[in-house]
Design a protein around this ligand. Structure first.
Ligand code: NAD
Ligand code: DAU
Length: 358
C-alpha cells in the first residue's frame, strides 16, 4: 500500500480526507499537523488503533522535522492541506497566514526538493506533491462574469487569498524550475462534518440551535459556490491519481448561492429537524457590518476536471446540507468542545463591534 504524508490532516477537509483515505484503503497516512485552534485530533479518534495511521504534531515550516519524516516514512505523495484558512482572521491578524501559508509551504517544498534529490529515478517518477488551494486566489466576480477558469488571472483580495496565491506560485515555480512533480487544486467553499464553527454554515447551525443572532455581512447577496467536503476529497484523490504534472484543476460544486439563501435554507431545515414552538429560526437573522474588502461572487468552471478526469460532485446542495445539519445535531459533544475561551474571544473580537444595521 502507498503512504501519504498529509499536512493539516486534523482540520476540516484534512480530517475528512484522512478518514476516507483509510476507509477506502487509498494509502497509509502520516498526518503532520501543528494542531492549531482549527484542528481537532479527536476527529480521527476512530483511527487510534489503526496501524496505517499516525499523527505527528509539528509545523510544515520546520524543515528539519519534515526532512526527517520524509526520510523515515518515504511517502509516495505529500498532500498539503495545512493552512490558516479563515478570511476574517486574516483581516484581523495576517501574520500567521504569511508564516504558514507562504513560508510554511516554501519550507515544505524545500524539504521535498532535498528529499527527491536522494531518490532513485523510478521512486522520484512515482512521487507527487499535491497542493490544496482555493478559488479565492482569482478575486471577485461581477454578477454576469464567466466563472473562474484555470486560466483566470490571479487577483487575490484578502491577506488569506494573497497568502494562498503566493503559495500556489511557489508550487508552480518548483515544478517549472526544479521539476518537482506538483499538482494544484483550486476549490470553492466546502461544507460538511468537522468544519470549525467560525465559518458561515457551522456558525449558523450552532448559533440558531442556541437561539443566538445569525450574523450576515452586508446585504447578504454575496455569492459562494458550495461543495460538499467528501466531493472535494474525491476530486483531490482523482487529481492525485490522474492529474497532469505541473497543472492546476478547478473544483466546484455547481451550486452558486447567496449567503442569505444559505442561511435561510439552514433555518428551514432546523424548523423541520429541531422545531421550537411558535418560533422560526430565520427570525434570528441579523444583517451586520460588512467584511472589509468582501469578495462579491465566486463561481467555478470545473469543466477541466470533469472532462479530463471524470470527476463530478455527487451531492446536490440540498442533500449535502441536510447531511451536514444532521451531523451537527448528532454531534453536540463535538460542538461543545469547540466552544473554548479562545473561540469565545474570537467571536467577541469579530462580532461585538459589528453594529446591526437598522
Ligand atoms: P482548517 O483551518 O479547518 O484546517 C487547517 C489545518 O491545518 C488545521 O488542522 C491546523 O492545525 C493545520 N495547520 C495550520 N498551520 C499549520 C502548520 N504551520 N503546520 C502544520 N499544520 C498546520 O482548514 P480547511 O478548511 O480544512 O482547509 C484545508 C485546506 O483547503 C487549506 O489549505 C485551505 O486553504 C483549502 N481550502 C479550503 C476551503 C474551505 O472551504 N474550507 C476551500 C478551498 C480550499
Ligand atoms: O472559496 C473558498 C474559501 O471558502 C476557502 O478558501 C476558505 O478557507 C474558506 O474559509 C471559505 O472562505 P469564505 O470567506 O467564503 O467562507 P466563510 O464561511 O467565512 O464565509 C462565507 C460567506 O459568508 C462570505 O461571503 C462571508 C459570509 N459570512 C461569513 C461569516 C463567518 C457572513 O455573512 N457572516 C458570517 O458570520
Amino acid at each position: 500500500m502507498k503512504t501519504f504524508l498529509i499536512t493539516g490532516g486534523a482540520g476540516f477537509i484534512g480530517s475528512n480526507f484522512v478518514l476516507k483515505a483509510r476507509q477506502e484503503k487509498w494509502a497509509n497516512v502520516i498526518n503532520l499537523d501543528r494542531l492549531t485552534y482549527a484542528s481537532n485530533s479527536e476527529n480521527l479518534s476512530s483511527l487510534n488503533d489503526d496501524p496505517g495511521y499516525q499523527l505527528i504534531q509539528g509545523d510544515i515550516g520546520d524543515f528539519e522535522l519534515v526532512s526527517s519524516i520524509l526520510l523515515r516514512y518515504r511517502p509516495d505523495a505529500i498532500l498539503n492541506f495545512a493552512a490558516e484558512s479563515h478570511v476574517d482572521r486574516s483581516i484581523a491578524s495576517p501574520e500567521t497566514f504569511i508564516q504558514t501559508n507562504i513560508v510554511g509551504t516554501f519550507q515544505l517544498l524545500e524539504a521535498t526538493r532535498n528529499y527527491l534529490s536522494k531518490l532513485l529515478p523510478d521512486e522520484r517518477a512515482r512521487f507527487r506533491f499535491l497542493h490544496v488551494s482555493t478559488d479565492e486566489v482569482y478575486g471577485s466576480l461581477g454578477p454576469t462574469d464567466e466563472p473562474f477558469h484555470e486560466s483566470t488571472p490571479y487577483a487575490p483580495n484578502s491577506p488569506y487569498s494573497a497568502s494562498k496565491a503566493a503559495s500556489d506560485h511557489l508550487v508552480r515555480s518548483y515544478h517549472h524550475t526544479y521539476e518537482i512533480p506538483t499538482l494544484t487544486t483550486n476549490c470553492s467553499n466546502n461544507y460538511g462534518p468537522y468544519q470549525f464553527p467560525e465559518k458561515l454554515i457551522p456558525l449558523t447551525i450552532i448559533s440558531a440551535l442556541r437561539g443566538k443572532q445569525l450574523p450576515i455581512y452586508g446585504d447578504g447577496q454575496n455569492i459562494r459556490d458550495w461543495l460538499y467536503v467528501e466531493d472535494h476529497c474525491d476530486a483531490i484523490y482523482q487529481v492525485l491519481q490522474q492529474g497532469k504534472l505541473g497543472e492546476t484543476y478547478n473544483v466546484g460544486g455547481l451550486n452558486e448561492k447567496t449567503n442569505l439563501s444559505v442561511v435561510e435554507s439552514i433555518c428551514n431545515l432546523l424548523d423541520e429537524l429541531a422545531p421550537k414552538a411558535n418560533f422560526k429560526h430565520a427570525s434570528l437573522i441579523a444583517f451586520v457590518k460588512d467584511r472589509p474588502g468582501h469578495d462579491r461572487r465566486y463561481a467555478i468552471d470545473c469543466e477541466k476536471i470533469c472532462a479530463q478526469l471524470g470527476w463530478r460532485p455527487k451531492e446536490s446542495f440540498e442533500t449535502g446540507l441536510l447531511k451536514t445539519v444532521k451531523w451537527y445535531l448528532e454531534n453536540s459533544e463535538w460542538v461543545k468542545r469547540t466552544q473554548s475561551n479562545d473561540y469565545q474571544d474570537w467571536m467577541h473580537k469579530n462580532y461585538a463591534n459589528r453594529l446591526v444595521k437598522s
